[in-house]
Design a protein around this ligand. Sequence first.
Ligand SMILES: C[S@@+](CC[C@H](N)C(=O)[O-])C[C@H]1O[C@@H](n2cnc3c(N)ncnc32)[C@H](O)[C@@H]1O
Ligand code: SF4
Length: 467
Amino acid sequence: MVMTLDITIQGETLNVSQELLDRYNVPGPRYTSYPTAPEWNDSFGAADYERALRLSNDSRRPLSIYIHLPFCERLCLFCGCNVVIRKKHDLLPQYLEKLKWEINRTAELIDRSRPVVQLHWGGGTPTYLNPAQIEDLFLYVKDRFLFAPDAEIGVEVDPRVTTEEQATVLRRLGFNRISMGIQDFNPVVQQTVRRIQPYEQSKALFDRCRSLNFESVNIDLIYGLPHQTPESFVDSVDKVIALGPDRVAMFSYAHVPWLKKQQGSFTRLIPLGMDKFRIFRAGIERFTREGYQYIGMDHFARPDDELCVAQRNRTLHRNFQGYTTKAGSDLLGLGVSSISGVERIYAQNYRDLKEYYAAIDQDSLPTMRGINLNDDDVIRRAVISKLLCHCVIHKKEFESEFNICFDSYFADELARLEALQNDGLVDLTADVISVTMLGRIFIRNAGMVFDRYLQTPKDRPVFSKTL
Ligand SMILES: C[S@@+](CC[C@H](N)C(=O)[O-])C[C@H]1O[C@@H](n2cnc3c(N)ncnc32)[C@H](O)[C@@H]1O
Ligand code: SF4
C-alpha cells in the first residue's frame, strides 16, 4: 500500500508519498557554506586567514560580524551547537579576555572605513554574560569597527536565563533583533530533552522585548524532538502564533549522536520518516494559514518582512547565521569554533577552548582549518545559494557573470535534475530552473545535485537528514 499525505502551503495542496520521502529524506548539508565544512582542511591556517583579511580590504566590501559565546549553565539534550556547559561563571572572564584579543587583532587587519552592516551574537547563550559584561564586550567591538547607522544588531537569548535587566541593556546598547530559543512548550517533550521552560516565562520575556521596541522579535522551534506528536506540536505553534513573532525558525531536529553523544540517550524516542513529516506538516500548515510566508529551509516571516521582500527581489542571501538580506558582505567569525567567510576563503576557529586559548597566547589568530575556493567552487556556491535563497536560477545571469555555457558546464547536473522534475520538485525550461513549493520542502536535495564533493562517498556519517 502506498501511503500519501496532503500538505497545504500558502493555498497550494501537495501530495507527499512514503516513496518520495524515502527518496529525498537522506543525509545532506544545510549549505550555510559551499564547499561544506567537512571539505575544509587544516593546512589552511592563521597566516592564510590573515592574508585573506588584508586582501579583502581592496574590495571595500561591508562586514558582517558573528561573535560566539559558547557558555550555557545546563545542557539541553538535543543541542547540536558548540557549547561549554558550566553552572559556575568562573571561566567566563578568561574567555572574554581572549575573545577581546581576537577582536582587536582582527580589527587591526581590517580597513576602518569598511562599514559593519550586521553584528550577531550567538552561542551557547549570550545572556550567560551579566549586564556589565554585555556592555563591556559590545563597546569593545563598537570602538574598533565602523557601524552603519542601519546595522542589524542581533542576539540569541534563552528565556530561562535572560533577565529584564539584560534585555534592557541589550536594547539600550543598540541591539535591534532578538531571537528566543523556545523549541517546544510541551512538558513531556521538555522533560525528555531536559529543558524545562514554562510558557509564562517565555511570554514575559517576549512581552518585555516588545515593550522595549526591538525591531524584530523572533522565535526558534524544533520539530522532530522525542515524544512530539502533530497535535502536541500544533499546540506549541499556536502558543507561538499568539505571541506574534516577526520571524520563526522551525528547525528540523538534527540528530547527530556520533558528534553529540548526549543525543543518543533518546534515539529510540524520536519521530522518523512519515511521523516526523506529519509534525513538520502540522507546523507549516499552521504558520502559513496564519499569514506567515515560508522562506524555505525551516524559516517563516511575515510577507512584509524584509526577508520575504528580499526573496521576491532575489537579493536574499544565506550565511552561517541563516537567511539574511545583507548579501555581498565579508563575514568575520570571532570566538571559539566560529566561522569566517571572506571572498574566496572560509576559515574556522579552534572548537576547543584550550586550543583556542593556546593559539591566542602565541599571538596568533586561532584559525583551526579553512579552504581556498577554486573557480568551480565559486560557481557552484553561487548556484546553490541562488537555489536555496531565491528558488530560481536564470541561466543567462550565470553565463554573463561567470563566462560559462550553463547547459554544457552543468550537463550532468541538469540530467540528474530531471528525476527531481519528474517528482515535481523543480521545473526545468531552456532558460530557467525553478523550485516548486514541493521542492522548497526538499530544497537541500536540489542543492545537493550541484555539490561536486557529494559525488565521492564519505567513510563516516557527516550530515543530518534533509527533512
Ligand atoms: C544557540 S541556540 C539559541 C540560544 C539559546 N542557547 C537557547 O537555546 O535558547 C540556537 C538554536 O539552535 C537550535 N538547535 C540547537 N540544537 C539543535 C538541533 N540538534 N537540531 C536543530 N536545531 C537545533 C535551537 O532552536 C536553538 O534555539
Ligand atoms: S540549546 Fe541553547 S541553552 Fe541548550 S545547550 Fe544548546 S545552546 Fe545551550
